[in-house]
Design a protein around this ligand. Sequence first.
Ligand code: MN
Length: 131
Amino acid sequence: MKKIAVVEDNPDNRLLVQAILEDLYEVVEYETGPEALEGMENDPPDLVLLDISLPGMDGAEVLRRLRESPRLKTLPVVALTAHAMAGDREKYLKAGFDDYVTKPILDEGILLEVIASGLKHSAQAEAGESN
Ligand code: MN
């Protein structure tokens, strides 16, 4: 079972993501950026759902540090953004995210699709590297 890390300070959102994903993926939850960086370094997931608006270290900074980590730099990272903050897709891709999902998550199909797509690209990249 693929492992998805959820970095999100809002417990209701963590609960919702867990409920949507639990039959398909192993879900590991983190409340803060520093906790997530330490946990993922020790036990890397296959994909990260990363809240942009986190107290203390925000999602953009967490992403920056992930990209600096030899072990985690190629990890697919999907931004979780409040709807009001969601701009064009390009803004998130330019910031280095692989994709983004807006909150509140009203359509679980979109979340599942984004995750499946992120995992697929990551698998293709790995296959490419080993050839
Ligand atoms: Mn938040």
